[in-house]
Design a binder for this molecule. Structure first.
Ligand SMILES: [Zn+2]
Length: 286
């Protein structure tokens, strides 16, 4: 079978480039990157801008036509499994094929977060981009995570709230309104929920008092002059003088943290004492 060539190499103001010789649909393999695989230290200086990171300390010195594929911040190709440049959208005859050079693939994101030093940007790669796309980054001088990081690459350590623990849910009934329910067994002293707190300045309390927010707000800050509103599940705990959970205000982080005060069984409702101290029997405000 005759191999169809979709590109021609042409000179551009910024060196050679690969251009479409016909209309090319999305998903078409254009060319395969190939060349020697070496450690970073072994890349000859004059090849430094024609190499591609493969994995850990394995770099490809690109010897195939792929080395002429130029950068665009809004490219029409990407490099996929097998080191093929593949079109990501329809490309018209005469258009230049482009990829994004400083893209950090979503599958590398987890590693990048844990080990940013391994993703050093060599200053010799830096250049000024003239791709003209609305997304143009200008000077290309660092890696950029592009694409949906997605659940597979979810980084629990970077999550600032614990809603993702998925240990609670809100149920609704006509008697008590909304209730927070344990979705699994929770052990005494375990932090099972951490919610962000929206903080209002002191002078807004007289306004908040006149709204439905009144029922969800509480004093915030060391001197209690600010007003806090929990965003998320934490706003829906019902009150009990014999609670099975307690909460702690994290002022610097603007969080409310919830801990089990007793063992809590799956499907049990979780209660807090609105007075904060679980044994404080003072009347609550409603
Ligand atoms: Zn650009």
């Amino acid at each position: 079978m005759e191999k169809i060539i979709f590109y021609e190499i042409k000179e551009t103001l910024e060196g050679k480039g690969l251009f479409a010789v016909c209309d090319v649909p999305a998903g078409q393999k254009i060319t395969q990157y190939s060349g020697s695989i070496v450690a970073y230290e072994e890349i000859p200086a004059h090849w430094i801008n024609h190499c591609m990171w493969m994995e850990t300390d394995r770099w490809m010195i690109i010897e195939s036509d792929g080395r002429y594929i130029n950068h665009s911040c809004s490219p029409n190709c990407e490099v996929v499994e097998g080191n093929y440049a593949v079109t990501t959208r329809d490309v018209k005859k005469g258009e230049q094929f482009t990829i994004i050079y400083n893209r950090l693939r979503p599958q590398d994101y987890y590693d990048y977060e844990k080990n940013p030093e391994a993703y050093q940007w060599d200053p010799r790669w830096t250049f000024e981009c003239h791709c003209g796309s609305p997304e143009c980054q200008g000077v290309i001088n660092k890696y950029k995570v592009i694409g949906n990081v997605g659940p597979v690459n979810f980084v629990p350590e970077t999550d600032t709230t614990y809603d993702s623990l998925n240990k609670t849910c809100i149920v609704q009934n006509s008697v008590t309104g909304r209730s927070v329910i344990a979705k699994c067994d929770i052990q005494k002293d375990e932090m099972f929920l951490k919610c962000p707190v929206l903080v209002f300045p002191e002078d807004q309390w007289p306004l908040i008092e006149q709204t439905a927010l009144f029922h969800y707000c509480f004093a915030w800050g060391e001197d209690g002059k600010l007003t806090g509103l929990i965003i998320g599940t934490g706003s829906f705990f019902n009150h009990s003088y014999t609670p099975n959970a307690i909460y702690k205000k994290n002022y610097p982080g603007h969080y409310m943290e919830f801990f089990a005060y007793t063992d809590i069984k799956k499907n049990q409702e979780i209660f807090i004492n609105y007075n904060c101290d679980p044994d404080d029997l003072s009347p609550v405000w409603f």
